[in-house]
Each structure stands twice: as structure tokens, then as C-alpha cells.
Design a protein around this ligand. Structure first.
Ligand SMILES: NC(=O)c1ccc[n+]([C@@H]2O[C@H](COP(=O)([O-])OP(=O)(O)OC[C@H]3O[C@@H](n4cnc5c(N)ncnc54)[C@H](OP(=O)(O)O)[C@@H]3O)[C@@H](O)[C@H]2O)c1
Length: 283
């Protein structure tokens, strides 16, 4: 039976990136919908679950994407609500590549620092990618400083993560505190700012305690001065560094593996924790 992936994108145009990855992950048919909202998702889910016998539903799956993570989460909630009994298909959420990119970044960091008990700083921690990176780090026992230009926004992210992981050790912080204060004692630094956001100069972020630094911004200028986009475990000033393309290979591997996992059964929901779980088996 043909494997059909139904792409529900919250942006008006379904992401070309997500479409290419779906094809490269060998789905047989890809149905792409843009402008998906909780209100119009239900009919699309009904189309997915009422067309094949329950035993065959593992050959249909849903991928939720789009640039806004909150919109994606709302669509995932609507998708879940439309399922009942055996009438369900597996679904994955990866708005803006947030889960797969964050999982790849944290896996890269874990090669150099034991996450449990580490102190990690996430710059741009309010975006979809930074938020998920902070969530995964906290779930693995790291203390995470979530940084935003606006401390209230960082605090909102910390509260959201604490709602999912009540034992999480989280500290909201403002970017205006500066590298010296933010990075004091930190071993892990992840820069997940928007394209064009320049955080710190090389001599500011290369602190004596820092073991690994990952800059996820692929578009020049770098978020962390001195990290090249293709850096992959490159050592700069004693810090092991990764750039966006340096973690991109693992991100793609995780994304494709997650899509393959969707077609193993009809009842998987693949969100942040599941994506990270998959990533740990890959790298
Ligand atoms: N390597 C990969 O495979 C891959 C995949 C996906 C995404 N990415 C990259 O990962 C990064 C994060 O993605 P995203 O979608 O989470 O980003 P985003 O939502 O566009 O931005 C993340 C955060 O950056 C902060 N920011 C925006 N402009 C800033 C500025 N001028 N100075 C300082 N901070 C600023 C904002 O936080 P505040 O307003 O709260 O300060 C925002 O929430 C992007 O650079 C993206 O291109 C890489």
C-alpha cells in the first residue's frame, strides 16, 4: 500500500523545505496544504482517517509545519481531537524545523559535555528552535539560562517548559546582561537567534568554562562571531564549535528518521521529546 504523507502547514504556502525532505524520506505521495488552522484541520484529518481500514492506517501520516510554533501546536491539538478509537494516524510536529534542529544541536553538545548537571545558555531562546533546545536541555538535567532581548518573554518560555518538565532548572535572562554575566560558569552555549541577529564578539563568548558553542544561524553574519556555518566540532579558542550547516546533516537525518517512524504504526505523536529520543539513537 502506498505511504501517504499529509503536510499541514500553518503558513499560506506549504514549506518547500519540508516537501523536499518528505520526498527524500521516500513517501510515495505527498499531499501539501497551506493556511491550515485548528478550524480547517478537522476535515483534512477526517480525509486521512476515514479512507483506509484501521489496519492500513499506518500507511497514512500527518506532518505539521509552518513558521509559527504556537500555530503548529494548536493544529496538532486539533488533529489529536479529531482522532478516536482506532481511527487515527501518526502525526509529527516540526514547525520551522524546531524539534529536529534543536535535537541535533543538543545531541552535538552532548558529545562534549554531560548534559545532566551542566549549565547551558540559549540565546534567542524565545524562538521555535531556541525554545525547543532549552526544553530538551532541561529535560536532560541541564540548568538552562533562556535569553531574550525581553526578560518577560524569556520568563514565558521558562514557564511553558516548567509546565512540561516540572523539575526543570530554568533561569530567564535578558540579552542586555551581557556575555560576561550570562556565560559565567556556562559549559554549553547555543545561539538560536533570527537570521541577522549578532549576539557576541569572539572574545566575549569564548569564556574559560565554555566547552561547546553552537550557532544555528546559517545566513551571514554569524550569531556568534568566529563560528563558521560549516564548523563541525571545530575548536576555536579552546571551545568546540558547530555552525548551522555543521549540525544540519544530523538535523536532516533526524527529520527523515522521524518521518519513517510515522509509518511504523498509526498511533505515534512525534513532538519534542520523541524527536530527541529518536536523535539519541542516531548520533
Ligand atoms: N541549521 C539548521 O538546520 C536550522 C534549521 C532551522 C532553523 N535554523 C536557524 O535557527 C535560528 C533560530 O530559528 P527560529 O525559527 O527559532 O528563529 P526566530 O524565531 O526567527 O528568532 C529567534 C529569536 O531571535 C531573537 N531575535 C530576533 N532578532 C534579534 C536581534 N536582532 N537580536 C537579538 N535577538 C534577536 C528573538 O527573540 P527575542 O525577541 O525574544 O529577543 C527570536 O525569538 C535561525 O537563525 C534559523 O535560520 C537552522
Amino acid at each position: 500500500m502506498k505511504r501517504i504523507l499529509i503536510q499541514l502547514d500553518t503558513d499560506p504556502l506549504p514549506s518547500a523545505f519540508d516537501r523536499v525532505v518528505a520526498i527524500d524520506a521516500d513517501v510515495d505521495q505527498l499531499f501539501s496544504y497551506g493556511g491550515v488552522t485548528p478550524a480547517n484541520a478537522t476535515a483534512l484529518v477526517h480525509g486521512a482517517i476515514f479512507t483506509r481500514a484501521p489496519a492500513d492506517l499506518k500507511n497514512t501520516a500527518i506532518f505539521i509545519g509552518g513558521s509559527r510554533a504556537d500555530a503548529g501546536e494548536a493544529v496538532l491539538e486539533a488533529v489529536r481531537k479529531a482522532f478516536f478509537g482506532p481511527m487515527r494516524v501518526s502525526a509529527m510536529l516540526d514547525s520551522n524545523g524546531s524539534n529536529t534542529t534543536a535535537a541535533a544541536a543538543v545531541r552535538a553538545a552532548s558529545k562534549h559535555v554531560t548534559l545532566d548537571g551542566a549549565l547551558a545558555v540559549v540565546l534567542g531562546g524565545t524562538g521555535p528552535v531556541g525554545h525547543r533546545a532549552a526544553q530538551i536541555l532541561a529535560s536532560q538535567g541541564a540548568t538552562v539560562v533562556v535569553v531574550s532581548r525581553d526578560k518577560d518573554r524569556a520568563d514565558a518560555v521558562c514557564r511553558n517548559i516548567a509546565g512540561i518538565h516540572p523539575d526543570a532548572q530554568l533561569q530567564p535572562a535578558s540579552l542586555s546582561d551581557g556575555a560576561g554575566r550570562l556565560l559565567e560558569s556556562a559549559q554549553i552555549l547555543i545561539a538560536a537567534g533570527a537570521a541577522g541577529a549578532r549576539f557576541f564578539q569572539a572574545d566575549e563568548w569564548r569564556t574559560p568554562t565554555l566547552k561547546t558553542a553552537i550557532d544555528l544561524n546559517a545566513v551571514p553574519p554569524a550569531g556568534l562571531d568566529g563560528i563558521g556555518a560549516t564548523d563541525k566540532a571545530a575548536v576555536h579558542g579552546g571551545v568546540t564549535c558547530y555552525g548551522a550547516i555543521g549540525v544540519g546533516g544530523l538535523k536532516m537525518k533526524i527529520h527523515k528518521a522521524a518521518l519513517a517512524r510515522l509509518f511504523e504504526s498509526n498511533d505515534r505523536i512525534i513532538d519534542t521529546a520523541e524527536v530527541y529520543g529518536l536523535a539519541t539513537g542516531l548520533a
